[in-house]
Write a protein that binds this ligand. Structure first.
Ligand code: FES
Length: 156
């Protein structure tokens, strides 16, 4: 038995693409480490930044957001909202003491079970290398005040 750190990853998946990619990975018997727990949303555009902060404060060492490829979102362009939110979140979490590499966005279609499994495995390895986060003792209310003070726009 090894004492290797095993990260806990929370994954947000889009119902129409990446959740089905995860399903395909399972039915195709593609193996990836069991460190990830998936939360299904109807679209990656449903991602509220608070979900990510709650995940970290709840004990997640990493958060993976997955959705349809750009141009293939079932809700037209909502996944671009997810992209903007992830970019903003990466900037937000760094001053809060969370390495931005702990948050990752991946596009995966329903046919990309292999890609999904590979991306999950890669991300788990990356977070494992970063070590435990131990952010759960932080006050989410104080962190949210900081988030609310950030600008809406992301410079190009
Ligand atoms: S429906 Fe999949 S990202 Fe929007």
């Amino acid at each position: 038995m090894t004492n290797q750190f095993e990260p806990m990853i929370l994954g947000f998946t889009c119902n129409w693409c990446s959740y089905r990619a995860a399903d395909l990975a399972g039915t195709s018997r593609k193996k990836y480490p069991p460190n990830i727990r998936l939360v299904r949303m109807m679209c990656s555009g449903r991602l509220d930044p608070v979900f990510v902060l709650e995940a970290f404060s709840g004990g997640a060492d990493g958060v993976l957001i997955t959705g349809c490829h750009p141009g293939e979102c079932h809700y037209i362009e909502q996944n671009f909202k997810a992209l903007r939110r992830v970019m903003l979140l990466k900037r937000t979490i760094e001053p809060l003491g969370i390495d931005p590499q702990r948050l990752k966005l991946v596009w995966a279609s329903a046919a990309e079970g292999n890609l999904f499994a590979k991306e999950v495995e890669t991300f788990i390895g990356e977070v494992r290398d970063l070590g435990p986060l131990n952010w759960k003792k932080r006050s989410i209310k104080n962190e949210l005040k900081l988030v609310e003070s950030l600008p809406e726009e992301v410079p190009a």
